[in-house]
Design a protein around this ligand. Sequence first.
Ligand SMILES: [Zn+2]
Length: 304
Amino acid sequence: MAYKNREESSELKILHILNARMDLTQTEKQHYLNLKKGFQGEVQFDQLVEGAGLHHKFYILNDLLLKCDNTTFQIDSTIITQNSIIPNEIKNFEGNLIYKNKNFYNCTTDGIYQNPLEQLNRIKILLTKLLQKNGFNIPIEGNVIFINPECFLYQAPVDEPIVYYTQLNRFLRSLNAKPSFLDNTHTELANFLLNAHITEPESMHLPAYQFGSVRKGLNCGKCNSFFLEIHGRKLVCYDCGYQEKIEAAVVRGVEEVRLLFPELKLTPNIVFDWCRLSISSKWLRRILKDNYEQFGYGKWTYYG
Ligand SMILES: [Zn+2]
């Protein structure tokens, strides 16, 4: 297992729920899909790193948000080996790209991408500063990883630290061959980064929404379909066949409400309205009682 795991951002989680429950504008939808795609690419890289067994040899810290001199910077995947620290910037670009004038363009739209090599350089500069300030002296390498098999870069530069999809296995083998005698200083470094990771609220780009305006009802935990039916103690999806225990589905629904409406008091009525399940209110209250702390009494009961 990685020393620090990756989690979906709240922004992505919220957009995922909203996408199923309201009409996003084209721009909002594109923003959601970009975040989703980026996250999927990162998870894919984590799986490759884990599959290669690198987490047994090195410290792997996924998704670090750090601050140096009031400037924040984010590292998709950081690998601490015996002789170096390796930040990786992961890109899930798709389709045909062209590299010209030190920039990356989409061949079809001619749109320019945020330059991942510049992003990597910025990371390396800020990370060097942060580590030096805190007494760590370890060489910094760093790569840009093009994780998508359906991405092709024309006029690809040969002298830049880019790893293309077709080079990933070789790249992982070369990492695996690196010396991996990690001592206390490496552990200190890993813990330092873990503690320096910022968990302050993210700045989120979200559409305006209210409890009254979004679609209600539980949807499938797998395919988002609202076409569900209760079979005994399970909720079954007509579209993909996914089965989920009613209790788990209700808890999932409650978590959606908490994420979307953190200021809302979780009363049984709110949960009932959100889930819109044809189950007895007694059963629903039981589920809430078993999974959450209960506050207040009678009709003022709410859960936290
Ligand atoms: Zn489904």
